[in-house]
Design a protein around this ligand. Structure first.
Ligand SMILES: Nc1ncnc2c1ncn2[C@@H]1O[C@H](COP(=O)(O)OP(=O)(O)O)[C@@H](O)[C@H]1O
Ligand SMILES: Nc1ccn([C@@H]2O[C@H](COP(=O)(O)OP(=O)(O)O)[C@@H](O)[C@H]2O)c(=O)n1
Ligand SMILES: [Mg+2]
Length: 239
């Protein structure tokens, strides 16, 4: 179903398809938060916060999100926030959530949204960058709704790296970063969790016209050729 949102990689259609500047986003940073706004804590808004651009990067485990995010950062100057990296960092600190995060990651399940959103929020607040690439989040409808409620913002657009399962398994099993979840048993669970919890989020953004589906098979450079025009169009549209 989400495949319906596949966008052409041709430049002009992309320009037309990109959502216009989200005026409601700026408004939400200034007034009328239905929920507690993190930015209100800082005592008023700065120009940086008004113009915040959020992009979510989704895809199954091993689909190449992190690899492509590094290229996007290098080319377009976004701040990369990997939800998985933030959770792993929290796990290795003295955090009271450490053992809960470790067990959840080992099982390939999803950490409660409140914890993950808090970590993302902390990074957003401490960054001078106004363009955020949020990788591996939202991984469930619960994640998505918590982000909207706590941060009070929506993504400008969402990338989805669409990769066959056998390719994802192959990549994860040869990732070699010493991760506790890069093994076949956890991977099987992660694929089930991806299908059950993440696909509905992908479908949600497809229906909103915010999803850009990227074919994640090929070399990293070939894949970036599909990614680049999406961001180029966004940069032009922001001018
Ligand atoms: N296009 C690609 N083709 C083959 N291997 C890739 C490709 N992109 C990334 N990889 C490798 O696959 C593994 C998973 O990639 P990664 O970027 O960590 O994916 P994700 O963040 O989606 O789990 C890494 O070892 C990475 O080097
Ligand atoms: N939004 C998120 C992101 C990651 N996680 C946890 O962290 C694990 C690793 O996430 P990751 O994004 O680093 O994984 P990859 O898709 O990069 O392989 C997930 O399997 C979840 O257990 C989470 O609970 N909630
Ligand atoms: Mg990753």
């Amino acid at each position: 179903m989400w495949k319906l949102a596949t966008k052409s990689s041709r430049f002009l259609p992309l320009l037309l398809q990109l959502p216009k500047h989200d005026a409601s986003l700026s408004q939400r940073f200034t007034t009328g938060f239905p929920f507690h706004s993190p930015f209100q804590e800082t005592g008023g808004i700065s120009p940086k916060q008004v113009a915040t651009v959020i992009t979510f990067v989704l895809g199954g485990p091993g689909s190449g999100k992190g690899t492509q995010c590094a290229k996007i950062v290098e080319t377009f100057g976004y701040k990369h926030l990997s939800a998985g990296d933030l959770l792993r960092r929290e796990m290795s600190s003295d955090s009271k959530y450490g053992s809960m995060i470790l067990n959840t990651i080992k099982e390939g399940k999803i950490v409660p949204s409140e914890v993950t959103v808090k970590l993302i929020l902390r990074e957003m607040k401490s960054s001078d960058n106004r363009k955020f690439l949020i990788d591996g989040f939202p991984r469930s409808e619960e994640n998505r709704i918590a982000f909207e409620q706590i941060i009070g913002a929506e993504p400008r657009f969402v990338l989805f790296f669409d990769c066959p399962e056998e390719e994802m398994v192959k990549r994860v099993l040869s990732r070699n970063e010493g991760r506790v979840d890069d093994n076949i048993d956890t991977m099987r669970n992660r694929l089930k969790v991806f299908e059950a919890l993440n696909l509905p989020v992908i479908d949600y953004y497809a229906k909103k016209g915010k999803l850009y589906r990227i074919n994640a098979v090929g070399t990293a450079d070939e894949i970036f050729k599909q990614v680049r025009p999406v961001f180029e169009a966004c940069e032009l549209e922001a001018k």
